[in-house]
Every structure is written in structure tokens, then in C-alpha cells.
Design a protein around this ligand. Structure first.
Ligand code: SF4
Ligand code: SF4
Length: 164
């Protein structure tokens, strides 16, 4: 690591993101790493190493790393952190920065596109609603505008004329 390549503002950028403020109080004890179920199976995934690299300003290494997308969001790390850091949320802040800079993996991009387009990951078709009717359940409407208004994103083209 070359100090000249480090970005001292990176930790502040993370802290300014929703959920990212916890990075300020991490003291690198590694309790999170000791209990992480993903790290237990993938030793290259280490929460403490990620947060330490972020604190050191290794911006490009952190944002471009495929490892940051391995977290299962189980929140075990937050349960054991003596500093009350919710690493899961800090990592979400990091992933949001990474996504904005084009580092999101295809699976995350496709998931986001499906949510923006239809408000859920599974498209509800006549088939699903017929099965629901057979069970005496009401039909599920496609109302992506509900989700889009929560996120504050513009309606997709095919949804633009839909009544809420
Ligand atoms: S357990 Fe908390 S304080 Fe310790 S390294 Fe992990 S995030 Fe930092
Ligand atoms: S939330 Fe992510 S980093 Fe934390 S323990 Fe679970 S898998 Fe590991």
C-alpha cells in the first residue's frame, strides 16, 4: 500500500452515507470477523479487513473488490461489536458508493432493475393470479409506482400512465 494512493476523505464519504456513520468508532478489534458466517466459509472475506482498508483510505481497492458483495446481511457482526458498529449498514454504505461508480455485479444490477420496473423481483402474471383464485385469494396487482414513489424514482416508461 502506498500512502500517496490513499484517500483520507474516504471514511468521511462513507460516514455521510445512510448507515455509514458507524465507521467512525471502529477500533479494529476483529470481533465481527470472528463471528461472521461468510468468513467462516470464505476466509478471504473478512469484515475487519474491509473496514480497516476503508479507514486507511484504500478507496479503489475497497469499492472495486468483489468481496464486499458476499455479505449475507445476517447482522451477527453488529451483535458482537463492542463499539456498537453495525458493520452490515457500513457495508451497505460502501456498496452504494461502489454501485454509483459502476462496480455493482450484474446480479445486483438486475435485481435493482427488476425492482424499479415492477416493484418486486417476481413478475405477477395471469398464471399466478389464477392459482391464487383457485386458493380463494384475491389477485395481486402490478403496482410498481408504489415502490417507485417510496424510492423517489421516476416511473418507468411502461408504468407512466398507471393510476396508483
Ligand atoms: S467488531 Fe466493531 S469495532 Fe471491532 S473491528 Fe468489527 S466493526 Fe470494528
Ligand atoms: S452481516 Fe455480513 S459481515 Fe456481518 S456477520 Fe453477517 S455475513 Fe458477516
Amino acid at each position: 500500500m502506498r500512502l500517496n494512493d490513499c484517500d483520507p476523505g474516504f471514511k468521511h464519504q462513507i460516514a455521510a452515507e445512510p448507515g455509514g456513520a458507524g465507521i467512525r468508532v471502529c477500533f479494529g478489534c476483529a470481533a465481527c470477523s470472528a463471528r461472521c458466517p461468510v468468513g467462516a466459509n470464505r476466509p478471504e472475506y473478512d469484515p475487519r479487513r474491509i473496514i480497516r482498508a476503508a479507514l486507511l483510505g484504500q478507496r479503489e481497492e475497497v469499492l472495486a473488490s468483489p468481496l464486499i458483495w458476499l455479505c449475507s446481511s445476517c447482522y451477527t457482526c453488529g451483535e458482537v461489536c463492542p463499539q456498537g458498529v453495525r458493520f452490515t449498514d457500513v457495508l451497505t454504505a460502501i456498496k452504494n458508493l461502489a454501485a454509483r461508480e459502476g462496480h455493482a455485479p450484474p446480479s445486483a444490477r438486475i435485481t435493482a432493475e427488476l425492482l424499479a420496473k415492477q416493484g418486486r423481483l417476481l413478475e405477477i402474471t395471469e398464471f399466478e393470479n389464477e392459482k391464487r383464485a383457485e386458493l380463494g385469494l384475491p389477485p395481486v396487482e402490478q403496482r410498481p409506482s408504489d415502490f417507485q414513489s417510496i424510492l423517489g424514482i421516476a416511473p418507468q416508461e411502461q408504468d407512466a400512465g398507471e393510476g396508483a
